[in-house]
Design a protein around this ligand. Sequence first.
Ligand code: NDP
Length: 293
Amino acid sequence: MTANIIDGKQIAADLRASTKELVTEFINKYNNPPTLAVVLVGEDPASQVYVKTKTKMAKEIGMNVEDHFFEKTVVEKDLLDLIHNLNSNKDVNGILVQLPLPDHIDSRVIIDAIDPAKDVDGFHAINVGRNSIGGDLLKKTFTPCTPLGCYLMLKQHISDLKGMHAVIIGRSNIVGKPMAQLLLEESCTVSIVHSKTKNIEEMTKQGDIVVAAVGRPLMVKKDWIKPGAVVIDVGINRIDDPETGKTKLVGDVDYDGVAEVASAITPVPGGVGPMTIACLLKNTVDAALRQQG
Ligand code: NDP
């Protein structure tokens, strides 16, 4: 079997196009574009690239972006003051604090200071709770962008997820846990495995769906995957490339091997990454629309 490639770039482009239409309607109706405030602390190169890409994509669909940059020595109070100002600014619809923050800042304190109605990353404890309870509360929350992107790609590929066994590798608050909740809501049977799980490949081999969100390059091998399974690779890892003498990006999944047994797989790059940004833009427009009632 050779897996179908789940084209995250294309699905993300379609989502950005439909979001752009919502932005245009919003501007026509309210005379102002939806506005996303982005907060970046320090000079971590990966974070700088993410913020630059998010800003560029948001502007491309007509949204307004306010960047707030701080030195890595910033004190918690200055960040909290900014968040409080953004919360009370009616022209700001969404607030994104790029993680990770420096060690001397308590990320939980900063995230929980964001107005849940502007928390377009869906990391505020109230939104986490609403995602966890599910049902009608999903209309009032924001689902974290990376798992939402994975979910939308899965839905394009599998129309009815009910009863499928999804195995998620990783239990972080930003990917693994919210991914599990989304799939539970779709009536999947969900297993989460992590660094303390024994015989991990025995678990992944049972999955009709496997989502890898680990941060270990090429960890998931061909013999970890049930033939015909759908594999979503969230990992972004930079490794040396002996062929070019440079570095390259790879996922958590050994793509070439796994593509021989899976029925569908997301590539890295070009899979989950573009979907994450597209979902952030969609969440921001949703925030703006909800704030207008
Ligand atoms: P975290 O480091 O927060 O979580 C990693 C998870 O993997 C943890 O639950 C950890 O287990 C588990 N883990 C680590 N080693 C192993 C192992 N050997 N076997 C099984 N499980 C293991 O990472 P994130 O969730 O934030 O991100 C995961 C990956 O996804 C990273 O590569 C990151 O760069 C990428 N990412 C990509 C995004 C995108 O847009 N494409 C967005 C966000 C993340 P334990 O809890 O026991 O420590």
